[in-house]
Design a protein around this ligand. Structure first.
Ligand SMILES: [Zn+2]
Length: 497
């Protein structure tokens, strides 16, 4: 029989609950006033805290994680919960206290977009760094062959151009710290022995036929070489690890969230003189849209702001542990005692015209998180680029410099508009267009023999009419796959209209 509070204990009780807030897990424990939020919002936030950028480890300068983000000036929240102290969140915080104003602004914060004060960004608000570690090893191969860190010489198979290796040190073929690097730049120059010993023997007298196996920066990523570490593996091979850092200043499209599942993307940065200001001269860091409140019912966020305002004026951090506040009106009393309006609103003025806003505007410090989904990691476009070997269609995905899918629904649009030539251009000419040879007698694929400059049909021989047909390479592949199943896909050709 468990008592919730010490005062409840009777002779029948055997146990005492530590705290009602202990019902929540680590992630949900970070939410202030969770009992005042609609429950799905707490669920969203419990998922989102994991994406917040912060100080993930105090020894991050010494670590070589494959990738990681670090927030520049992480702050403890003004409004805390008691589990936060226990789990060490205050020592490794993930967020900053933003002054928010809850109002519409020029229509640039509709649909959960947020507006940020440009001056706040310039002061370092929500700045972070992205790190990635690249590594390379000098492997030893059976037969005494070894990899070598060096600037590859002309004639090495896969040699790029002298320009590509300009950043590398002449001495060891490794890039220097504090070098600015862009996508595709070589970080570690390396050559390896040929893959097959046989091909080596053939060319032995001509030149050492080594291949280029340098480590390059990822496409779509840039940065500055932060750390270069030269070490050894357990097998005694030379090992190089290079950490590259990239500054991430908040930009349009970056994702932010309060601790109440109220996420949004940056929709506009506004010059500080154009930002609205309160009668006390406070200029908010961000402006969020009031439409985020009524349907989502995250009252906890409003209470957090009120508690944060009290914390600012009294110098005492607010406590918002779950189920601790039985009477929220006490919070309002404290706010009034601190000299504010009871509902957290302020008289504000338009920064552009100087006019006073008729409505009082909710303006308060609220703890905001910069989330992991940054535009710099997602932005992607392509004109020309690599294709898959099998289908000759453009590759998929940003990491492979892929094309943007022109899917079924997009196709339906063009069909609906009757724009047949545009449809052909997207799906054929700009994709995997090929010319195949077809024997008009049997309808099967014909062959062109380049050595004899002759076309012939593998079935009917040389005497038949062989025509060129334009089709997608994927269709040619389909014909050949059917043939591999023992089917004979025959094309019946007609004159092109
Ligand atoms: Zn034929």
């Amino acid at each position: 029989y468990i008592a919730m509070f010490e005062d409840d204990i009777t002779a029948e009780h055997t146990h005492l609950e530590i705290s009602p807030a202990a019902i929540l897990g680590i992630c949900a424990s970070i939410i202030p006033f969770p009992e005042h939020n609609q429950s799905p919002r707490n669920t969203y936030e419990a998922g989102m805290v994991k994406q917040a950028l912060g100080l993930f480890a105090a020894n991050m300068h010494l670590r070589l994680d494959t990738r990681g983000h670090t927030l520049h000036y992480p702050q403890q929240p003004l409004v805390k919960t008691s589990p936060m102290e226990i789990i060490g969140f205050n020592k490794r915080p993930a967020g900053q206290n933003f002054i928010i104003a809850m109002m519409s602004f020029e229509g640039f914060n509709i649909e959960d977009a947020i507006i940020i004060n440009k001056a706040s960004i310039e002061r370092g608000l929500a700045r972070s760094h992205f790190f990635r570690t690249y590594d390379a090893e000098e492997r030893k191969y059976p037969g005494g062959e070894v990899d070598k860190f060096e600037i590859p010489e002309r004639g090495v198979r896969g040699f790029k151009s002298a320009e590509s290796y300009r950043l590398l040190s002449e001495e060891d073929g490794i890039i220097e710290p504090e070098t600015q690097v862009n996508g595709g730049d070589v970080l570690i120059g390396r050559t390896s022995p040929p893959r097959f010993i046989k091909s080596y023997e053939e060319f032995e007298l001509m030149q050492p036929n080594r291949r280029e196996t340098s480590k390059n920066m990822r496409h779509n990523e840039k940065g500055i070489v932060d750390t270069v570490i030269i070490s050894e593996t357990v097998d005694g091979n030379k090992l190089v690890k290079i950490k590259v850092r990239d500054l991430r200043i908040p930009e349009l499209g970056d994702k932010f969230s309060s601790r109440h599942g109220q996420k949004g993307v940056l929709g506009m940065t506004v010059d500080e003189p154009d930002m609205p200001f309160t009668s006390n001269g406070v200029i908010p860091d961000i402006i969020v849209n009031p439409h985020a409140m009524p349907s989502r019912m995250t009252l906890g966020q409003l209470f957090e702001g009120i508690s944060g305002k009290i914390a600012c004026s009294t110098g005492k951090l607010g406590d918002a542990t779950a189920f601790e506040w039985k009477d929220i009106t006490k919070l309002q009393e404290e706010l009034v005692n601190a000299g504010f309006e009871f509902n957290g609103r302020e008289t504000m003025y338009n920064g552009i015209t100087g006019e006073k806003y008729e409505a009082g505007i909710y303006c308060a410090p609220i703890y905001y998180q910069k989330l992991y989904h940054l535009v710099a990691d997602k932005i992607h476009a392509r004109a020309r680029g690599p294709v898959q070997i099998l289908t000759r269609q453009p590759t998929e995905g940003r990491a492979r410099e892929g094309g943007l899918r022109f899917g079924e629904m997009e196709r339906d649009c063009l069909v609906g508009h009757g724009s047949a030539l545009l449809l052909k251009e997207r799906l054929l000419d700009e994709s995997d267009r090929t010319v195949i040879l077809v024997c008009e007698k049997c309808g099967l694929l014909a062959v062109y023999d380049r050595n004899r400059d002759k076309k012939y049909c593998p079935v009917c021989g040389e005497g038949t009419i062989i025509s060129k047909v334009v089709c997608s390479y994927a269709f040619k592949l389909l014909l050949q796959e059917m043939m591999s199943l023992g089917l004979a896909p025959r094309l019946k050709l007609k004159e092109k209209i």
